[in-house]
Ligand binder design. Structure first.
Ligand code: GDP
Length: 472
């Protein structure tokens, strides 16, 4: 995809709106817009919005009043010349503007045609994500920041947006920076010791090496653990609501959703469809799977529902087993409990607490978090929400301490780095030659580099020659 082409695309979502924006980036962006739009004066001022008229090339008639904002390289999103043209938000106008951009015979293009040897830069429509990719390739942001932009655009809750915004500001890169720096210094020290052995270079002791590695390992380890929570923040969590027929699963589900969605009825076994809806708890999108009542049944349709339910239960992040407080803890509840316990995180809701006049010993010896709720009165629902978050995201507290990762790619690369660090650590204990240790350190650094951006040979040389007085 990388190229010198000038790219153009409609930047606003499809559909009608007050305004719609066409964005251009590349060498000819300003030239194209200046040809298509009549402005009071040219050239366009940088980082200023200028009112103009979009003139249809064929008829010479004004089609729309537009505002163009011009950003000259390198002070733009992509690092190239960028123009954003706000038209009125009619899809036909936006589309026509893009087509006119593509059809424009550029002055430079014409010249290139005459000069047969030169490269012929084109104008073309942008590939998905190409503006951001150019921003990355031109050093305007690192990979984690580019990924955060995608997360920000995809966010469904304000909390998700805030987490993405932090990463967009480079939170993860800043957190990793000291570790990369420490690794570069370790590597530089060992390299210098090898290359300039006769020059009296101070070489780190084995203890110093081990303790620097310990610090890096401890913090990277925390980041990896925090991913359990970060994943849930980014992707949301799925909650399967399980229980005997008529215990109030649909009612509880509706309470959590704050709206009437699933069919509530007092005839046992009527919630046959898996109803999946979204809500959010503490800024984390929550997808409920309201499962059909699981019980042995002769009814074929219901039996299919039961099969589907079991699969959905197994696939969920968290299971909420609903019991009827008025019935007490029944054999049916025990059976369900045994069945779903091995599937992962589990929470029990003793529903219909409004009907239970005496405290029930529901699940006395079972070591599972429990909440008392009444789907009818709403009692205990806030506590249930808190417990859901607690059980589904136990790393919550740990993660909120100092930032967390939300992306699987980041987790895998940090794990890779940790594996190399562990090898380096044990190599240091075994006092293997520095050359061998260096291989693992380079691997550990490389994994972090892939995450944010490469450490160049110049960085290493810079450290070697500034920190150590070699060569005199
Ligand atoms: P499901 O089969 O488990 O989905 O149960 P439903 O949500 O359809 O509820 C079955 C019956 O119990 C309905 O008549 C509800 O109105 C009633 N119900 C549900 N939750 C409560 C509650 O907390 N208290 C009382 N008193 N009734 C409830």
């Amino acid at each position: 995809m990388p190229s010198d082409d000038t790219i153009v695309a409609i930047a606003t979502p499809p559909g009608r709106g007050g305004i719609g924006i066409v964005r251009l980036s590349g060498e000819h962006a300003i030239e194209i817009v200046s040809e298509l739009v009549r402005f009071p004066k040219l050239p366009l001022e940088t980082q200023r919005a200028t009112l103009g008229e979009f003139i249809e090339p064929e008829s010479g008639r004004a089609l729309d009043r537009v505002v163009a904002t011009c950003f000259r390289r390198p002070h733009s999103y992509t690092g190239e010349d960028v123009v954003e043209v706000s038209c009125h938000g009619a899809p036909v106008i936006l589309q026509h503007f893009v087509e006119c951009c593509l059809a424009r015979p550029l002055a430079a293009h014409r010249a290139a045609l005459q000069d047969s040897g030169g490269p012929q830069e084109k104008v073309r429509t942008a590939e998905p994500g190409e503006f951001t990719m150019r921003a990355f390739l031109n050093g305007r942001m690192d990979l984690t920041q580019a990924e955060a932009i995608r997360d920000l655009i995809d966010s469904r809750t304000l909390y998700q947006a805030r987490v993405a915004a932090e990463q967009m500001e480079g939170a993860l890169s800043r957190r990793l920076q000291p570790h990369k720096r420490a690794l570069v210094e370790l590597i530089a020290g060992l390299e210098a010791g090898i290359d300039f052995a006769e020059d009296d270079v101070p070489v780190s002791s084995w203890t110093e090496i081990a303790s620097s590695l310990d610090v890096i390992q401890a913090d990277l380890g925390k980041l990896v653990e925090g991913y359990e929570y970060g994943r849930i923040v980014r992707e949301g969590l799925t909650l399967a609501i399980v229980g005997r027929p008529n215990v109030g699963k649909s009612s509880l589900f509706n309470r959590l959703l704050n709206e009437e969605r699933a069919i509530v009825t007092s005839i046992p076994g009527t919630t046959r469809d898996l109803v999946s809806e979204s809500a959010s708890i503490g800024g984390i999108p929550l997808r409920f799977v309201d499962t059909a009542g699981i019980r042995d049944t002769a009814d074929e349709v219901e039996a299919m529902g039961v099969g589907k339910s079991l699969q959905a239960i197994a696939d969920s992040d968290l299971r909420l087993l609903v019991a009827d407080a008025a019935d007490g803890w029944t054999e049916g509840d025990s059976k369900l409990f045994e069945r779903i316990r091995p599937l992962g995180a589990l929470l029990i809701a003793c529903n219909k607490s409004d009907l239970a006049f005496t405290p029930l010993r529901l699940c006395g010896s079972m070591d599972v978090p429990m909440a008392w709720t009444s789907a009818l009165t709403g009692e205990g629902i806030p506590e249930l929400k808190d417990k859901i978050l607690e059980v589904a995201a136990p790393a919550h507290a740990l993660a909120s301490e100092g930032g967390f990762i939300t992306n699987l790619r980041h987790q895998q690369l940090i794990k890779e780095s940790l594996a190399s660090l562990a090898r380096a650590r044990s190599a240091a204990e075994r006092r293997v030659p520095h050359e061998m240790l260096l291989l693992d350190l380079y691997d550990a650094l490389h994994a972090l580099d892939t995450l944010t951006g490469a450490t160049t040979v110049d960085d290493l040389l810079g450290v070697i020659f500034s920190t150590f007085c070699v060569g005199k």
